[in-house]
Design a protein around this ligand. Structure first.
Ligand SMILES: Cc1cc2nc3c(=O)[nH]c(=O)nc-3n(C[C@H](O)[C@H](O)[C@H](O)COP(=O)(O)O)c2cc1C
Ligand code: SF4
Length: 492
């Protein structure tokens, strides 16, 4: 294991292509996803901007956000993880009911208009399980914890005092609430200790909970209906979110121990995702783009590795997915302990650091560090006789990286999240030989910090030399940050 360097790894040197060189680059050649021509192999993956209404409806800020990315005319732009259920989830987009369609249609129209029809607009659709905030110790013991015989026995053994065996609930609660961590660790079940220290969350293994047991029954229909709505709203394609800390990734995880046919073996773990794909395909039809994002490596103890990912990739290709977007990590399992009153955030632990790697991650740095996973998946899929395109992401921010990945056939599309956030025009600047004016991402994750605090996501570079009092500049709720990057007009 490499240790964290005190100094950040420098950004890779960038040599930007001339317009002529760009014209000959594979990066700017078209590709086909099923029936859809994508004009170039550049891709902006999903990024939640925290700009929807509390009810999950599209706002003018959402229109501006996606419109601004579209102005940079990437080959594909993927709208943020959008909830498939009709439940409140804060200012994140939702697609769990027909009433979301008008707003989503406006979003599609805005992207078409701003990109002059060049950018293909997909939407990432997601299911997630309950995650509660970390409780106050008092509240946990008085409200959520249920003392049982095993707790009493462990406390009696710990204190060498049999009186605990017949202690009433109130006495147990009061004693534990005032106790040290050592006592909690000895008396509580591991899951209870986690609920206390990190906040309660559902797991796919919790089959004693009816709503978790029934996930395989309800999710194919929910995903399929959401995918059909996406098509109705005019999106060019759907990306099923099978990655990171969320429900479908948990089914694919080696940590899925369900014994109902939807866990355990690789085939068991892939069963629900494959049923979701089948249901979604049946609803959207054979002439529509349907792909998924999933993990090349979970980066957690006992989690799935690239061998699993390669195997899943072949199954997904066989099931008729039109693209496989490969991500890494981003799990709850190893996330940092949240402060009381905050929810655990899946990008704070080692797996989270791999998902959005910074210049301090280790001596290798963030630049292209996840490409081998995409390459491995692609190799397995090709070997199995499928031409399904693979999307690579993670620290991709120069022309040479992007073109090299495509030339070496490590992936078929190059996705850049943070570099595109720093400068949504960067692909267009490269294509038109104006790379020198690219605002380069520093990979220090100011934006991720905002996401963690559920604040409107912005890039710190947008605020450089920025006159807050300039008219018509939309600002964040606190009035301190630009909500949009500076404008840029291509020189023709
Ligand atoms: C603010 C922010 C929000 C993100 N939201 C999502 C999301 O909704 N869905 C998703 O699959 N990935 C999400 N990601 C992860 C990115 O899509 C991408 O995989 C990751 O940032 C690594 O790529 P990069 O090095 O090009 O930034 C988000 C990343 C950032 C910085
Ligand atoms: S805030 Fe930092 S890491 Fe995020 S896009 Fe901007 S420069 Fe990159």
């Amino acid at each position: 294991m490499t240790s964290r360097p005190r100094k950040p790894v420098p950004l890779p040197e960038a040599r930007w292509p001339t317009a002529e060189e760009a014209r000959g680059a594979r990066l700017f050649t078209p590709a086909t996803l099923r029936t859809l021509t994508v004009h170039e192999r550049t891709w902006v993956p999903a990024m939640v901007p925290w700009r929807a209404t509390e009810d999950g409806q599209v706002t003018p800020d959402n229109l501006d956000w996606y419109g601004r990315f579209a102005r940079g005319r990437p080959g594909v732009l993927v709208a943020e993880a959008t909830g498939i259920r009709d439940v409140r989830s804060g200012p994140l987009l939702r697609i769990g009911d027909e009433r979301f369609l008008p707003g989503l249609r406006d979003l599609v129209a805005r992207v078409r208009e701003e990109s002059e029809g060049r950018t293909r607009f997909f939407i990432q659709i997601i299911d997630f399980l309950t995650v509660r905030r970390r409780p106050e110790t008092e509240t946990f013991f008085s409200r959520y914890w249920k003392p049982g015989a095993a707790h009493r026995e462990r406390l009696a053994a710990l204190d060498d005092d049999e009186a605990w065996l017949s202690a009433d609930d109130q006495g147990m609660r009061a004693h534990l609430a005032a106790a040290e961590r050592e006592t909690w660790a000895a008396v509580l079940e591991p899951r209870e200790l986690r609920d206390l220290e990190y906040g309660y969350r559902d797991e796919v293994n919790d089959v004693h909970l009816p709503h978790v047991a029934e996930l395989p029954t309800v999710l194919p229909g929910l995903f399929a209906d959401a995918a059909a709505r996406a098509r109705e709203a005019g999106f060019d394609g759907v990306e099923l979110h099978f990655a990171h800390a969320y429900t479908m990734a948990s089914f694919l995880s080696r940590t899925n121990r369900r014994e109902d046919g939807y866990g355990g073996s690789r085939a068991g773990r892939a069963r629900l995702p494959l049923e979701v794909i089948e249901a979604a395909r049946a609803k959207v039809g054979d002439d529509y783009v349907l792909g998924c994002r999933y993990l090349g490596d979970e980066v957690i103890a006992g989690g799935s590795r690239v061998d699993d990912a390669a195997w899943y990739g072949v199954q997904f290709a066989q099931a008729g997915l039109d693209f496989l977007s490969v991500s890494k990590g981003g799990k709850f399992d190893d996330a940092k302990q949240p402060r009381v009153g905050h929810a655990v955030y899946p990008y704070t632990g080692p797996s989270g650091h791999e998902c959005m790697p910074t210049v301090r991650i280790d001596a290798d740095g963030p630049f292209g560090r996840n490409v081998p996973l995409a390459a491995r998946v692609r190799g397995a899929v090709r070997e199995a006789g499928h031409a399904t395109p693979v999307v690579a992401a993670g620290g991709l921010c120069t022309f040479e990286q992007a073109e090299g990945i495509l030339q070496r056939e490590e992936a078929d599309f190059v996705a850049s999240a943070r570099q595109s956030l720093a400068d949504p025009d960067w692909f267009l600047k490269m294509r038109t030989g104006q790379g020198e004016s690219i605002r380069r991402c520093t990979f220090t994750n100011y934006c991720e910090g905002l996401d963690q605090m559920h604040k409107q996501v912005t890039c710190k570079l947008w605020d450089k030399d920025f006159d807050k009092d300039a008219p018509c500049t939309p600002l964040s709720w606190d009035g301190r940050r630009r909500l949009l990057p500076p404008d840029w007009e291509p020189q023709t």
